[in-house]
Design a binder for this molecule. Structure first.
Ligand code: CA
Length: 382
C-alpha cells in the first residue's frame, strides 16, 4: 500500500453568538482536517486541533507545504517511521504548536488507514480497550457578555445536569472575585445533586492568584484544577501544585514526548491532558502515556475539536491505562464540549452522542467515522 494523495481541508464558520474563554472571544469555530489517500482504496482522516483563537490555515499550510512531500509514496502502515520522519524534518522550525498539530493530523489519518486495513478499531492496534464506554463531562460555562454572569451560569449547570451530565468543568479566569462568585452560584444551583466539578482558567493568572483561587475553591472538592498558569511556566505549575489541595491538570498546550518529559519530569501535574490533535497524534500519545505511567501521572486526554478529533480521542481513551490501580480506580473521563459548534456533529455520519452522561466507544474499523463531503464543501476556506 502507498500514499498517493494528502489533502488539507481548513474549515471555518462564524458563530452567531461569540463566547469568551479567559484568553479571548471565540468568534469562529474552525478545524483543519486532513485526508490521506492510498492506492488500495482506503482513505484515512485526521484533524489538527485548531485552538479557539488559532487560524486553521496555519496547520493546513504545514500539511501541504512541509509534511505532504515527506509521506507521499510511503507505506501508510510505517506509522512510527513516518512520525519520526515528519518530526525530524520540521524540528528546526517546529517541535510545538501548529507544526506539531499538522503532524498530529497526518498521524491520526495513518492510524485510521491501519485500522481500516486490518479491519479493527484503533484501540485494538494500541493494545486493546481498558473500557468500552467512558463517562462524559460537560465543558461549558463560557461567557457571552463578560463578568457578572454568575446567575446565568448557575442555571447552565442545571441544564447540563438535566442533559445527563454528572461531571462538569467550569471555565474560570475572568478575575478572582468573579470566578469565586461563579463557583458559589454553580454550587448553590446544583445544591445536593451528585455532580463532580472541575475548573479551568486557561492560564489566566500568575502563581499568586492561581494559588489564591485554588485555596478559595477548596470546599468544592474539585476533581482537578486545569491550566492554573502559563504552559511554559513549569516551575509555576509545581509551586501551585505544592500549595493547593486539589489535583492539578494541564498539557493541552504541550507537545510530544520531549515537551512532556520536561513537564512531567518537573512534577508539574497530577493529570496530563495531551490533545491528540496537537500533541503529535496517536503515536505521540503512546509515547506520553508510557512516560506518564512511569511518573505515576494519570493521562486524561483533552479534546475540543470536531467529530474527527472526538472519534480519535475516544479510541485513545479506550487504550489509556489507569495510573493508580485499585478495584475502584478513577477512570479517565471524556471531555464533551457543550459550546456552540455549527459543524462538529454534522461532519460525520456517526457523531459522538452522550446518553445519561456516558459515551460508547465505537468498535468499527479505524476511527469508525464516515465523513460527509458536503459539509467539507460548505465550510472549507477557499
Ligand atoms: Ca482547557
Amino acid at each position: 500500500m502507498k500514499i498517493v494523495e494528502v489533502k488539507a481541508h481548513p474549515l471555518r464558520t462564524a458563530l452567531q453568538q461569540p463566547f469568551a474563554f479567559s484568553q479571548g472571544w471565540v468568534k469562529n469555530r474552525s478545524a483543519t482536517l486532513v485526508e490521506v489517500v492510498t492506492d488500495a482504496g482506503i482513505t484515512g482522516w485526521g484533524e489538527a486541533f485548531a485552538q479557539g483563537l488559532e487560524p486553521p490555515q496555519i496547520a493546513a499550510a504545514v500539511i501541504e507545504s512541509a509534511l505532504k512531500p515527506l509521506v507521499l509514496g510511503a507505506d501508510p502502515l510505517d506509522i512510527e517511521v513516518l512520525w519520526h520522519r515528519m518530526y525530524h524534518a520540521t524540528r528546526d522550525f517546529g517541535r510545538k504548536g501548529s507544526v506539531t498539530a499538522g503532524i498530529s493530523a497526518i498521524d491520526i489519518a495513518l492510524w485510521d488507514i491501519a485500522g481500516k486495513a486490518y479491519g479493527v478499531p484503533i484501540y485494538r492496534l494500541l493494545g486493546g480497550a481498558f473500557r468500552t464506554k467512558v463517562q462524559a463531562y460537560a465543558t461549558g460555562f463560557y461567557r457571552i457578555s463578560g463578568q457578572g454572569e454568575s446567575a446565568r451560569l448557575g442555571e447552565e449547570a442545571i441544564a447540563h445536569y438535566e442533559a445527563g451530565f454528572r461531571a462538569m468543568k467550569v471555565k474560570l479566569g475572568y478575575g478572582l472575585t468573579d470566578d469565586i462568585a461563579v463557583m458559589a452560584a454553580v454550587a448553590r444551583s446544583l445544591d445536593t445533586r451528585p455532580v463532580t466539578l472541575m475548573v479551568d482558567t486557561n492560564h489566566a493568572y500568575g502563581v499568586g492568584d492561581a494559588v489564591r483561587l485554588g485555596n478559595a475553591l477548596a470546599p468544592y472538592d474539585l476533581r482537578w484544577y486545569e491550566e492554573p498558569v502559563a504552559p511554559e511556566h513549569i516551575a509555576g505549575y509545581r509551586e501551585v501544585r505544592s500549595r493547593v489541595s486539589m489535583p492539578i491538570a494541564g498539557g493541552e498546550n504541550e507537545h510530544t514526548l520531549y515537551g512532556f518529559r520536561d513537564f512531567l519530569g518537573a512534577g508539574a501535574v497530577d493529570i496530563a491532558q495531551p490533545d491528540i490533535g496537537s500533541v503529535g497524534g496517536f503515536t505521540a500519545c503512546r509515547h506520553v502515556i508510557a512516560l506518564a505511567q512511569s511518573h505515576g501521572v494519570q493521562v486524561n486526554p483533552h479534546v475540543w475539536g470536531s467529530a474527527i478529533a472526538q472519534a480519535a480521542s475516544l479510541q485513545l481513551i479506550a487504550a489509556v491505562p489507569v495510573a493508580h490501580h485499585s478495584v475502584f480506580a478513577l477512570e479517565p473521563i471524556f471531555e464533551y464540549d457543550r459550546s456552540s459548534h455549527p459543524f462538529r456533529q454534522a461532519l460525520v455520519a456517526q457523531p459522538v452522542e452522550q446518553r445519561d452522561g456516558w459515551v460508547d466507544i465505537p468498535s468499527r474499523p479505524g476511527l469508525g467515522v464516515e465523513v460527509d463531503r458536503s459539509v467539507l464543501d460548505r465550510y472549507r476556506i477557499s
